[in-house]
Design a protein around this ligand. Structure first.
Ligand code: CA
Length: 199
């Protein structure tokens, strides 16, 4: 494809050629810009990160106990609470156990690495056991505070762009967009070289 330049600068100007490769370069540039924009928008939407879970037993007398232990091991008989964050898509994060502690006054689990609330399916409370850990309560993150069975769950969260970005790359659309950007960047690099015309 060839275009003659504007006639006002008639004499010795070379004709501008827009090769198909240049067009590919422009289109890919557009794809990259749009992809980065959608990445930012999605990351902002998913930027609310869970930072802390507080579990409080509503009725301390109803907490699980290791009743078979002798009386002098009263302390060990207290529950060994463990909190698991269940993510969408079969993954989970164990926040750890607090052995031999009552949750009557509230037990706190801090998250060193906040998890986007958009990625969380539920939060599970277990009584840790060497054989089978029993689930004693499980809640969804529908608000800042919620109860299940004998337990109140309080959640704290914080906005963070890096949390949203990590969450973005977990989504199928994030994977597709990053794949598209990679292909577009390769094509842009290729289109910079003086390649023979496609057509
Ligand atoms: Ca115990």
């Amino acid at each position: 494809m060839e275009n003659q330049t504007d006639s006002s600068h008639n004499s010795e100007q070379k004709p501008i050629t827009l090769s198909p490769w240049k067009m590919v370069g422009w289109i890919c540039g557009g794809v990259v810009v749009l992809s980065v924009l959608s990445c930012v928008v999605i990351a902002v939407m998913r930027s609310n990160g869970l930072t802390r879970v507080t579990v409080t037993a509503l009725d301390p007398d109803a907490e699980p106990r290791d009743h078979e232990l002798p009386f002098f091991k009263k302390k060990e008989a207290l529950p060994d609470y463990e909190v698991i964050v269940i993510l969408k898509g079969d993954e989970w994060v164990n926040l750890g156990a607090k052995p031999d502690r009552s949750a009557a006054d509230g037990l706190i689990w801090e998250l060193n690495e906040p998890i986007s609330t958009s990625d969380i399916a539920s939060v599970r409370l277990r009584d840790q056991d060497k054989v089978i850990s029993d689930t004693i309560a499980e809640v969804q993150l529908l608000g800042d505070s919620t109860t299940d069975e004998n337990y109140q769950f309080d959640f704290e969260s914080q906005r963070s762009f890096s949390v949203g970005l990590r969450s973005f790359f977990r989504t199928p659309i994030g994977v597709a967009i990053s794949g598209g950007v990679l292909i577009a960047v390769v094509l842009i690099v290729v289109s910079r070289f003086d390649l023979p015309d496609l057509f």
